[in-house]
Write a protein that binds this ligand. Structure first.
Ligand code: NAD
Length: 347
């Protein structure tokens, strides 16, 4: 799916470099194990900088990735990047409740912003990020890697071509067993944007939106906790969405069980991706015995190359901030419904 030409006048800092410089902001699991290795495979961008609050990580990252002293920042001096031409993009890979603050700092330093999913923890924060990027004429894209994944792109194209007719009923589930570790990790607590819904639930939510190409209009949701001593934030969230034309989606996300399925039943057949949101091996089958074979490349490298090329070529990103906001709008309604005992809520 090629990015389309920008329909609006925001952005664009001319880019003469062949490879754009990326600074990873937050050097936890996803930066360390997935993004930094993927940035060794990219053609249009490269790892040039780091932002961390943990000084012990600095020599390890500098040695492994050859990062210059002048490209190492902490959260207090990150804004000084404004003067650093090595860095074109900040990639925000922090606890969810910190996405807004550091996306805005990056935008105000004149850097393009890649922000991990979920975009932020409420609609107001998403709007602040979008506004800061528009004001500073920098691109904003959300780290929904599935939009860049070829099998997923095929079924996204089906929301228009509808080879199996109109979708009628969808089922989408994503989860894994989270032991809770030592009980202190931010993903266990609401304050920093923890919980299954923000961590994994945005995958089924985003999937039923891209599989239908529509926005849900009503929701009913419930939250379950089998280990309340571990999870202050939601452990399992079940949500049913209603779309225009009577289409329904049954969704579930959990920190208590492995779940990884997207199934769309349509008027003339069905298709299913299982797994639908893993880092590799996403594959599918259809009611007419077609097999959607897994992509062999690196998802994160493909995502970052698409997004870097979008900046170089002055194209609208595949996953703009508005896409992240649309999910958070639904997440707000999901939490509201759950708080009211599963009451149906208009979105
Ligand atoms: P993590 O806990 O492993 O890393 C978070 C980093 O933020 C750590 O290095 C931590 O030191 C740092 N940090 C800075 N300030 C902090 C504070 N006040 N409290 C706690 N930590 C602080 O988490 P992660 O799994 O790497 O997730 C980071 C982001 O990446 C999240 O938004 C998550 O949703 C996203 N993520 C996306 C994918 C994907 O497939 N797209 C996969 C994993 C994580």
């Amino acid at each position: 799916m090629a990015a389309s030409t920008l329909p609006f006048s925001s952005f664009m800092i001319p880019q003469s470099k062949e490879k754009l410089g990326v600074a990873l902001v937050g050097l936890g699991y996803y930066s360390r194990d997935l993004l930094a290795p993927a940035l060794q495979l990219t053609r249009h961008c490269e790892l040039k900088g780091i932002v961390t609050g943990t000084p012990e990580k600095i020599p390890v990252w500098q040695e492994k990735y050859g990062i210059a002293n002048k490209n190492v920042y902490n959260y207090e001096n990150m804004h000084e990047m404004a003067d650093n031409e090595d860095i074109d993009i900040v990639y925000i890979v922090l606890p969810n409740a910190l996405h807004k603050k550091y996306s805005v700092i990056g935008a105000e330093a004149g850097k393009h912003v890649w922000c991990e999913k979920p975009m932020a923890i409420n609609v107001g924060e998403c709007e602040e990020i979008i506004n800061a990027c528009e004001k500073n004429k920098v691109q904003l894209t959300i780290g929904y890697r599935m939009h860049h994944e070829p099998v997923t792109q095929k079924i996204i194209s089906w929301n228009k071509s509808r080879p199996y007719g109109k979708p009628l009923k969808l089922t989408a589930e994503a989860g894994f067993y989270n032991s809770g570790g030592d009980g202190t990790h931010w993903k266990l607590f609401k304050e920093l944007g923890g919980g299954a819904m923000f961590d994994m639930g945005v995958y089924p939510l985003n999937a039923v939106r891209y599989a239908t190409g529509m926005e849900p209009t009503r929701v009913r949701a419930t939250i379950e906790r089998s280990r309340p001593e571990i999870f202050e934030a939601d452990e399992t969230t079940i949500f049913d969405l209603e779309f225009p034309g009577g289409i329904v989606a049954h969704c579930k996300t959990s920190f208590s069980e492995g779940l990884n399925t997207l199934r769309t039943e349509c008027e003339k057949g069905w298709y299913e991706l299982r797994p639908f949101q893993s880092y590799s091996g996403v594959k599918g089958k259809t009611s007419d015995n077609k097999f959607l074979s897994p992509f062999k490349g690196n998802q994160q490298a493909r995502q970052m190359d698409d997004d870097a090329l979008g900046i170089i070529q002055n194209k609208k990103p595949l996953v703009p901030g508005e896409e992240g906001l649309l999910d958070i709008r639904v997440v707000e309604a999901i939490f509201k419904s759950a708080e009211q005992g599963g009451k149906e809520i208009a979105i």
